[in-house]
Design a protein around this ligand. Structure first.
Ligand code: AMP
Length: 363
């Protein structure tokens, strides 16, 4: 099949790398020839240009996207001619924190207390109802912790409100979590579901730096609970493709933070660490192929993000149990340039391998 991807970043690049062995072809929307995916398929410039949407649609049998910030209107337009997966409901819900949380409430999925904020008076009331500490976030477009203000004192109300620069925002109660986890699942057109194991994520300055897969010491009941939340969301949105939910593990169980209608950075470990990667499973799902086995290939896996600077990659290439994945991007502060996957048969081997690669991690 011919697969059209809205976007041409590293996620599209890794989708194409996993999809070519299945005999698929790829086309991407993007405006330059130096994006991570631009050498992996046909490039279609899209911006505000209906004709070029038509050429991408004329090329493709099915369309997918890399980002929850994809324009829903474009997706609706394309959907008149060919399928777009995940569908409009998944995209519309996940691109707005308020709509996402309303769906969690409707489905009895625990999340932090929240209130939408459109004025200083709204924020004052939300702080009084929810209490502090709390986090004020933009309702849309936030990523890697951008567009967020951690409020500890009521005298920060004005400063926090001004930092949102007039855009709609949401105040969320601060969750005292033990660990941050995520769950990735895939649902096929025929409603088949498969789940990856819960993984543990460590962030630094709002950016994911390390994923351990599977998350260690997870009770099977916790995995079951997370899968139950996931299944409810997949079915409610009639989702096709990969869906990710980010969760907080707390003293009182799991609390869902947010979800993404796409392959996710915390699933990159699955390229070597699972029998079928999240990228291949996403492509299988949207092209109507049977879903692949999501179980881990090794007892322990880890993923280290390469951020800002490429660093000493020969270290990685000299390790039998580590794999280097670079995205063909130029170095820039805080930019995701690639990742390293580690596979291990014991906790000790995993710890030693991460230690060997400590130059890629923040202090
Ligand atoms: P987000 O963009 O919502 O994923 O938030 C980025 C990071 O901020 C998360 O990975 C958490 O570390 C932290 N965070 C977000 N929301 C909350 C919350 N309600 N309580 C505590 N920490 C949070």
């Amino acid at each position: 099949m011919k697969i059209g991807v809205l976007g041409a970043g590293q996620l599209g690049r890794m989708m194409a790398i996993s999809g070519y062995p299945l005999n698929h072809q790829f086309g991407f929307s993007g405006n330059t020839n130096d994006e991570p995916a631009s050498l992996l398929g046909h490039m279609f410039a899209l911006e505000d240009n209906a004709e070029n949407i038509e050429s991408l649609v004329a090329f493709a049998d099915v369309i997918t996207y890399e980002s929850e910030n994809t324009d829903v209107e474009i997706v609706k337009e394309i959907n008149k001619d060919i399928p777009v997966y995940p569908g409009e409901k998944s995209l519309f819900t996940t691109q707005h924190r308020g709509r996402e949380k309303a769906l969690f409430d409707q489905l009895n999925i625990p999340c932090a207390p929240y209130q939408m904020v459109n004025s200083l008076a709204d924020l004052t009331k939300a702080v009084s109802d929810i209490g502090l500490p709390a986090i004020l976030k933009t309702a849309t477009e936030g990523y890697d912790g951008k567009g967020q203000f951690l409020m500890r004192h009521t005298d920060q109300i004005k400063e926090a409100f001004d930092s949102m620069q007039g855009v709609e925002s949401i105040l969320e109660g601060f969750v005292n979590f033990k660990r941050e986890l995520s769950l990735i699942a895939v649902r096929g057109i025929d409603n088949d579901h498969k789940y990856y194991p819960l993984v543990e994520n460590t962030h630094h300055d709002g950016i994911l730096r390390l994923t351990i897969a599977p998350a260690q010491t997870i009770d099977s009941k916790v995995q079951e609970t997370a899968e139950h939340y996931m299944q409810t969301l997949l079915d409610e949105m009639d989702h096709v493709g990969v869906l990710t939910i980010e969760l907080f593990e707390t003293e009182n169980g799991l609390v869902v933070n947010e979800m993404a209608p796409r392959v996710h950075n915390s699933g990159h470990w699955s390229i070597e660490g699972a029998h079928t990667s999240q990228f291949e499973n996403h492509i299988r799902a949207i092209s109507g192929m049977p879903l692949g086995d999501t179980s881990p290939t090794h007892a322990f896996s880890a993923m280290i993000n390469i951020i800002g600077k490429i660093g000493p990659t020969d270290l990685v290439l000299n390790m039998a149990n580590a794999s280097l994945h670079l995205y063909d991007k130029t170095e820039r502060e805080n930019r995701k340039l690639g990742h390293i996957n580690i596979i291990a048969n014991s906790q000790a081997q995993l710890d030693t391998s991460i230690q060997q690669l400590k130059d890629f991690l923040p202090n």
